[in-house]
Design a protein around this ligand. Structure first.
Ligand code: ADP
Length: 221
């Protein structure tokens, strides 16, 4: 059984149909990118995989659990225990330091541990930024904090929506290389949404969406 099994996923909004029947299997430890033009349904699919949105119909099995049938409390626990999120906007808390921003994620999961949070930031190359606030860091550094925060509780699935969307090419490369290193070490599954072929190339497999459907699915290497 695949780690993630999506079947017949449909999402209708009053004004638009975002997903028109998506079937997708994702293996454990795979790095998959979801490509496609703006409005093709990428974010909707990612949000449903993360339990941030619910489908009109269809199912999403993750590691044996159909998350579309969980109530809000169980879904919250599932997200907390199993998932990490990185978005285009960093969503860091402005008045907290890098270390404290990571500790917040520990707090919501279990117990804050400063040592462990600092170690995670060192791991993403931020040993010189532990006590800096978001505004005192570059965009690339802020996204590194986000990666440390997303991975601090050892999720089995990392969901990323245009994580380098605000970065220049150099910082994009740095952040993706970092993600590759962490992925090689920890073997968590990555699903990354992007409209940028340059970013998509870091994945092992690429699915392309058009108008709410998967129109292409290919291994990249
Ligand atoms: P992408 O991530 O590929 O840009 P989205 O998943 O954001 O695409 O959107 C797919 C379609 O669903 C678009 O037509 C979009 O306008 C529509 N859509 C997305 N979210 C909403 C919403 N909350 N309310 C209404 N329509 C939405």
């Amino acid at each position: 059984m695949p780690f993630i099994e999506v079947r017949g996923l449909v999402k209708e909004y009053p004004t638009a149909t975002a997903l028109r029947g998506v079937d997708l299997d994702i293996e454990k430890g795979e790095w998959l990118s979801i490509m496609g033009p703006s409005g093709s349904g990428k974010s909707t699919l990612l949000n449903i995989l993360g339990g941030l949105d619910s489908p009109t119909s269809g199912s999403v099995m993750i590691d044996g659990t159909d998350i579309t049938t969980l109530n809000e409390n169980r879904l919250t626990v599932f997200r907390r225990e199993r998932l990490g999120f990185v978005f285009q906007q960093s969503h860091l808390i402005p008045h907290l330091t890098a270390t404290e921003n990571v500790m917040i994620a520990q707090f919501f999961h279990s117990i804050p541990d400063r040592e462990e949070a600092e170690e995670a930031l060192r791991r993403v190359g931020l040993s010189h930024r532990l006590n800096h606030r978001p505004a005192e860091m570059s965009g690339g550094e802020q996204q590194r904090v986000c990666i440390a925060r997303a991975l601090i509780n050892n999720p089995s699935l990392l969901l990323a929506d245009e994580p380098t969307g605000n970065l220049d090419r150099e910082n994009t490369k740095n952040v993706l290389n970092l993600l590759r290193e962490l992925h090689e070490e920890e073997h968590f599954t990555i699903v990354l949404v992007t409209h940028d072929p340059f970013v998509s190339r870091w994945a092992e497999r690429e699915v392309t969406m058009e108008d709410g459907r998967i129109v292409k699915d290919e291994a990249l290497y």
